[in-house]
Design a binder for this molecule. Structure first.
Ligand code: PLP
Length: 349
């Protein structure tokens, strides 16, 4: 299950010993060198171009993953009123809420869902006009629940975890106060987290905020306050090149919809079942069950693996099958899975 396009891996291989005639590897070079400065600045420029990021937003590369941002978001933003609102549609946003409660009064704006697979009706959300921000996760990777709309917050800054679907479709950045994404699904290897944050929200961090997670410090120093994950940032730049060469986020969206449809069309509600409402089915992660039978699912995974269809086991917290069809997965990969699903069903009635 490629999470990096093959062309990107090949470029990395080619450039590994000598980046652009510098005679050093990206893994050896100083993060203060002019060469690395070019790498980080061009990566930021490409992100701006791909997502049309307005001038009044900073693009940061931080460490600590998505989980680091579960803490960094409240530490940097909750100080204004001490309060924040959370929409919890799956495991990751629920973890984010729990983390935020360490730093202020963070509330869920709807009744806690007994099982994940739907988005509570926005008209039932109890949004606090005094909240410092409203938080949600655009694509819940484990449960396969993806928002198909941007929540309305009456002027309260909107914060979004896009770790598993960023750069898979166009997004109107101006509707958000902050967007973050761990790189390791759609835009690069693990080790770096992209943060896009509106400038007026920067500079109000709680005094306890660790310096490496303080957006003001990192914005001022172009993410180079301390040693950054140079290789991961370089790789993200190559993935951005690949997206630009492949038609940008509009084309990523077209491919994602086509790939997702290949699988959803086979989920018949009887043999293959989905626990997710059709209006929020993810285009990136498609979890499903095989006759709700664990034995059959084990057989499915084993036979799939033998065909080179890897990484299909559902998240350890929910089981079942999950097809993660990130940008780097080609339509041909997904066709192959679809063909296997058909033949498995025929052979195991
Ligand atoms: N948010 C989402 C949507 C995720 O999918 C993940 C990880 O899979 C995380 C947050 C946690 O990210 P990390 O493992 O980088 O801490």
């Amino acid at each position: 299950p490629a999470k990096l396009p093959t062309e990107v891996l090949e470029t990395m291989q080619k450039e590994l010993l000598d980046l652009n005639g510098s005679h050093v590897s990206i893994m050896e070079m100083s993060h203060r060198s002019p060469e690395f400065n070019t790498v980080i600045n061009s990566t930021i420029d490409k992100a701006r171009k791909l997502l049309n990021i307005p001038e009044n937003y900073k693009v940061l590369f931080l460490q600590g993953g998505g989980t680091g941002q579960f803490a960094a978001v409240p530490m940097n933003l909750i100080g204004r009123t001490g309060k924040a609102d959370y929409i919890c549609t799956g495991s990751w946003s629920s973890k984010a809420l729990k983390e935020a409660q360490k730093y202020g009064e963070a509330n869920m704006v709807h009744k806690k869902l007994e099982k994940y697979g739907s988005i509570p009706d926005p008209s039932s959300w109890c949004l606090n006009p005094e909240a410092s921000y409203v938080y949600y996760c655009d694509n819940e990777t484990v449960e396969g629940v993806e928002f198909q709309f941007v929540p309305e917050t009456n002027g309260v800054p909107l914060v979004c975890d896009m770790s598993s679907n960023i750069f898979s479709r166009p997004v109107d950045i101006s509707k958000f106060g902050l967007i973050y994404a761990g790189a390791q699904k759609n835009i690069g290897p693990a080790g770096v987290t992209l943060v896009i944050v509106r400038e007026d929200l920067i500079g109000k961090a709680l005094p306890i905020t660790p310096t490496v997670l303080d957006y003001a410090v990192m914005a001022k120093e172009n993410s180079l306050h301390n040693t950054p994950p140079c290789f991961a940032i370089y790789a993200v730049g190559l993935v951005f090149d690949w997206i630009l060469q492949n038609g940008g986020v509009q084309e990523m969206e077209r491919r994602a919809k086509q790939k997702a449809a290949t699988i959803y069309n086979l989920i018949d509600g009887d043999y293959y079942t989905s626990a997710v409402d059709p209006n929020c089915q993810s285009h990136m992660n498609v979890p499903f069950r095989v006759k709700k039978d664990e034995g059959l699912e084990e057989k499915f995974l084993k036979e799939a693996k033998a065909l080179g269809l890897l990484g299909l086991k559902g998240h350890r917290s929910v089981g079942g099958i999950r097809a993660s069809i990130y940008n780097a997965i080609t339509p041909e990969h997904v066709e192959k899975l679809g063909d296997f699903m058909k033949s498995f069903k025929e052979n195991n009635p």
